[in-house]
Design a protein around this ligand. Structure first.
Ligand code: ASP
Length: 346
């Protein structure tokens, strides 16, 4: 077993509230240099780990994070993969679930922890949640099972005492410290007096498979959230978007949509032109069950794919990832229907 001083964790600071301060002139939150974080958490030295950090220049509010930045994060991990036992990515909370989902698809056969964290209050404030989030994320990134293998070799989000699988997680609150939720998959680690590892829920990579980095995305994807009284012109404008390859329809309940004839005709038209439609529920928890009600049976017959219990964040990043990997729909449809990184139940 490695001694503490032999354990190395790389902290990658991309931006977000955790490293922000109030601008004395405007009063709004602005990002600061990463050194601010270590200054405010001197206790990090007590781990005895070798902690190194890399900061994005300029740092990014997570609303500005896009596939190019996901690739940049993955490339930093790829470059340093052999030199560190685990990785902690400090990231704004707003789009953290998208980035964590994207990286879960990009890093195939991952054998080391990649833990995303951030905070609701800047780390420089007295009541910050950032200190605990950072400290425990580092501890989990360094943790090993009894046999010496990394305890959680997955892309995860640690926030407010819970570690969840990144591609199962959604931001739920813009106010509370327990900002994230994983409605359809149990926590991988629960932090109380002790860190409780739920080993049965953690994915371990197949032996003798090398880590593969996949780095192309295709953003010809759209999300259409249904609502009662949705306007036909609006739906048709989306369906007819030039270059659109895949459409996620956020449906009601267990995958239901209006039974208007024009709506079904539009869906059939899009699919007949080679488009892919994925049915994802707009409910926070639970699964799409196409065919359960009449209101989804016609969509099933038209060739709409069930997203089962996938989150909206995982569905859009999975589609961008699959469309980036495969030019033909056949492979995309094949992989869309099964979990690639534990993002949906079978
Ligand atoms: N706007 C910030 C971001 O997502 C909020 C945060 O860090 O929590 O980058």
């Amino acid at each position: 077993m490695k001694k503490n001083r032999d354990i190395s964790v790389l902290i990658i600071y991309t931006g977000g509230t955790i490293g922000m301060v109030h601008d004395p002139v405007t009063g709004s939150l602005v990002p600061i240099n990463f050194r601010h974080i270590t200054k405010h958490v001197p206790v990090l030295g007590n781990f005895g780990f070798n902690l190194e950090s890399i900061s994005f220049v300029p740092v990014k509010d997570s609303s500005d994070i896009d596939p190019d930045i996901w690739i940049k994060m993955a490339e930093i991990i790829e470059t340093h993969f052999d030199d560190f036992d685990g990785f902690v990515i400090l990231h704004g909370t707003d789009t953290m679930a998208y980035s964590a989902s994207a990286l879960s698809f990009m890093l195939e056969n991952l054998s080391k922890p990649v833990i995303f964290t951030g905070s609701q209050l800047p780390i420089g404030l007295l009541r910050t949640d950032g200190r605990e989030n950072l400290i425990t994320s580092i501890e989990i990134a360094a943790a090993r099972r009894e046999d010496g293998f990394p305890a959680v070799p997955e892309v995860c989000i640690y926030f407010d005492n819970i570690l969840t699988r990144g591609n199962r997680t959604t931001k739920l609150s813009a106010e509370h410290f327990d900002a994230f939720s994983s409605p359809n998959y149990p926590p991988l680690v629960e932090a109380g007096l002790h860190l409780k590892y739920n080993y049965n829920y953690i994915n371990y990579p197949p032996e003798r498979r090398d880590l593969a980095f996949h780095k192309s995305f295709d953003n010809n994807v759209a999300i259409l959230k249904l609502f009662p009284g949705i306007n036909r012109n609006f739906v048709e404008a989306i369906i007819n978007t030039e270059g659109l390859r895949a459409l996620i329809i956020e449906t009601f309940g267990s995958g239901n949509a209006p039974t208007y004839k024009w709506f079904l005709d539009d869906i059939k038209y899009f699919i007949s032109r080679g488009g892919i439609i994925l049915n994802v529920t707009q409910c926070h928890g639970g699964s799409v069950e196409m065919g359960l009600y009449e209101t989804s049976r016609d969509m099933l017959a038209a060739g709409v794919i069930s997203g089962k219990d996938i989150t909206s964040e995982a569905s859009v990043t999975k589609l961008m990832y699959l469309l980036g990997q495969y030019k033909s729909n056949k492979k995309v449809l094949q992989y869309l229907d099964k979990p690639l990184a534990g993002e949906m139940s079978i």
